[in-house]
Design a protein around this ligand. Structure first.
Ligand SMILES: [Fe+2]
Length: 414
């Protein structure tokens, strides 16, 4: 009887979690117009409609097709359209051509979500009976939360490359306050990094392992707009000595002079934010910079980027800023003693931890196959969903990418 009650509690909890995550995804899209759902301004930015379909496809393909007897797909063609990159799940539509898809209509995709949600409610009754199903349920929810963050990034990019610079959020944006720079020292020794325990994590965060750290100092605060502006005004983008070779080529080939979304007009700097085009806030963390820019800034400062291990050791004793699931703040404000404002670049190549093992089955492709040519970012950001943050979380992007909420926290050897 006790076990039965426990299983029922687990199902109720999961049902509530499922409902909350699926509803939140739709809520993020409430502030956009129907025309915004299909735009794909560059290959890596997906149309919001595609995110709505893909997160649904994930539950359908991973759970319903396998665990629900006699399940019929909502539409057999969606198997191809909404598969992102899972080769073991069959053919997939090309990422760079997601914006070609005016059909299915947004209304069809919303129907698809409802259909899958109804069938997931039936499947939920089996939770607790099968460990694989339990795991895939959680994975599907965390996957959808990743796409919630991507939705904010992609909507910002879609609005930010349009000269109308529309505001996604119309409420008043707070200004960041000036903070006193603080530094923290860590002594030489063996530290533990990576995920441990029974709570969910992605495969790339495991296993927890020991790492040897040399003495280092790390800035508690992340680099501010004001500090980054000093780098620009000192000719930072014109001096090759600060730049990695590939970074220098990228800056010149792409004609880069400032972070993404920065604009100079009549000697004043502006930044496009989800609150619209705003005068640059000097004390807010610099955001939307590439690995190359973060590294060049560090070189100009006479410091360096932390390794991912150093960044995680620092985060382990820091506070998380996001206080509640309902809090709306779509622009980083300050970084005093905090994690969760901007993803911070690290100097670490994204590669497997010692004794790393991928997830099994179709989701063996989830993280492991991307372990080349990318760098790790740590710490979460303002649009990371509540409950999705972990100190052990390893985000990863290519060194020239900057449409995510990326910033920099500096370190140095002691
Ligand atoms: Fe995905």
């Amino acid at each position: 009887m006790l076990l039965e009650n426990q299983a029922a509690d687990q199902r109720d909890k999961l049902a509530a979690q499922y409902h909350a995550v699926r509803t939140q995804t739709l809520k993020i899209c409430q502030n956009i117009a129907i025309e915004d759902y299909v735009v794909q301004p560059c290959a890596e930015v997906s149309p919001p409609k595609w995110h709505l379909g893909h997160t649904t496809w994930f539950f359908e393909e991973l759970i319903l097709v396998k665990f629900l007897k006699n399940y019929t797909r909502f539409n057999e063609q969606y198997k191809l359209l909404f598969n992102s990159y899972y080769k073991s799940a069959g053919k997939h539509w090309l990422q760079s051509k997601r914006g070609y898809l005016s059909r299915p209509c947004v209304a069809d995709v919303i129907q698809y979500r409802k259909y899958v949600d109804e069938h997931m409610a039936i499947c939920l009754q089996k939770v607790g009976e099968n460990a694989e199903l339990d795991f895939l349920f959680m994975l599907g929810l965390h996957h959808e939360q990743q796409h919630q963050e991507l939705l904010y990034m992609d909507i910002k990019y879609i609005f930010g490359v349009n000269p109308l610079f529309s505001a996604y959020e119309n409420s008043h944006r707070e200004k960041a306050r000036k903070i006193t720079a603080k530094r923290q020292n860590f002594s030489e020794g063996i530290y533990k990094v990576g995920h441990t325990g029974n709570q969910f994590s992605f495969d790339n965060e495991c296993p927890q392992h020991k790492t040897y750290i040399y003495p280092f100092q790390i800035n508690v605060n992340t680099v501010t707009n004001e500090e980054y502006l000093a780098f620009i005004e000192d000719g930072g983008y014109e001096k090759p000595s600060y730049w990695l070779s590939q970074g220098w080529d990228w800056v010149n080939a792409s004609n880069i002079h400032a972070p993404l979304y920065w604009q100079q007009e009549n000697n004043a700097w502006y930044e496009y934010t989800l609150y619209g085009m705003q005068l640059l806030d000097p004390h807010a963390p610099v955001t939307h910079i590439s690995y190359f820019e973060a590294d060049a800034f560090a070189a100009w400062s006479g410091m360096r980027l932390p390794t991912e291990q150093e960044a995680e050791i620092f985060l382990q004793q820091s506070a998380m800023t996001k206080q509640s699931p309902t809090e709306v703040r779509l622009h980083p404000l300050q970084a005093e003693n905090m994690a969760g404002e901007v993803w911070c670049w690290t100097s670490s190549h994204y590669s497997p931890y010692p004794r790393f093992q991928t997830f099994d089955g179709m989701v063996t492709e989830y993280n492991g196959k991307f372990m080349s040519g990318q760098f790790v970012l740590k710490g979460g950001c303002v649009v990371t969903p509540y409950g999705h943050y972990r100190h052990s979380y390893r985000n990863f992007y290519q060194p020239e990418q900057r449409w995510m909420f990326s910033g920099v926290r500096l370190a140095k050897d002691l």
